[in-house]
Design a protein around this ligand. Sequence first.
Ligand code: PMP
Length: 421
Amino acid sequence: MSSTVLEKANAFAQAPYDVLALRQDFPILDRKVHGKPLVYLDNAATSQTPRQVIDVFSDYYSRCNANIHRGLHTLADEATAAFEGTRHKVRAFLNAEDARQIIFTRGTTEAINLVAQTWGRTHLGAGDEVLISLLEHHSNIVPWQLLAAERGFTIKVIPVDDSGALDMQAYRELLNERTRLVAVNHVSNALGTINPVKEMAALAHQQGALILVDGAQATPHQAVDVQAIDADFYAFSGHKVYGPTGVGVLYGKKALLEAMPPWQGGGEMIKTVSFDAGTTFAGIPHKFEAGTPAIAEVIALGRALEWLEEVGVGAIGQWEHVLLEHATHAVSSIDGLRILGTAPDKAGVLSFVVDGAHSQDIGLLIDQLGVAIRTGHHCAQPLLHHFGVDATCRASFAAYNTLDEVDTFVDALNRVIGMVR
Ligand code: PMP
């Protein structure tokens, strides 16, 4: 272990951040896989769920399961209050001005599709340009491609340098009076690159363009302030912030959301419905929340955000950095291993390929040793192709991972490489 990593690890041992105590919150970390203790390093795909969040489901279905908003009975009141309580927690989590700017979706993917199908469908047409980056997850590429095929606008792509950092000079040059929207991730899931979204927002706004930030990989690791970024839209997913699947969030600036047409039609999103006089719609956020939402999941998301706050998202990000540095240092000595993504500003993601060893083989074999990593294209095929590969192995860190787990992973990786070569 390098001395700087040790120093940082020791500093954490003295600080209130106690990774061993925190692990007690996660029942799944006690399980064995193929007879070995689980080392879970697939956190960028989905983080594990603390007991406090799991308990919400049991509590909700045991005590106050009811449909929300329209019921006049006690259970409906309690469920509505808990559901709307999460909206206020998310407002605080993102530092939005008003809880009505928080729209619940199924996840980041649905949040981006919502913007494409409402704002995008209204404002984008032939001659317009949407700027995305080479770092995007497919969920911030395909919704724009689908719409572009219909509406005739052009998608332009911000390139990256060899380290996987965005080429900001190219970004400046790509921005022009035709640019209507910049849609970028805050942190890349495939490489871990942290993008300068605040600076990017200022540059987009100078050109009169809006900016949508995909925060799926940022929210678990760093405090996010949508007002400081000056994001027009910001999206994230519950299952990456120690919350449940099936729920996510779209934040939007109030004037934009108010002017956007509804997306899906149905119950909950209307004011009045008439065959003769037409239908009028509810105000924000309900205009965008047709049908019965994922009530228990939303309430559980609220508890997950509380958990994040109790531990401190800043402390988590710093701890993950210690893990990343330790892992990066340890794998660097492996013969024929190439790390993809070496940007100076990087979150806890270690993506790599190994000469003479297929990523899929490594993933399957290392699982036999109890270590869960992700292999494949990470829903970022254009990015991987740019780096000349179809797949990488990716280890990604979370609040509960330890330095010992990193060592177990590196030992297991060495063994597996020895087997496949
Ligand atoms: N954007 C990024 C950067 C992601 O990492 C992911 C999930 N891997 C998504 C979007 C999509 O999130 P979800 O599947 O929860 O909608």
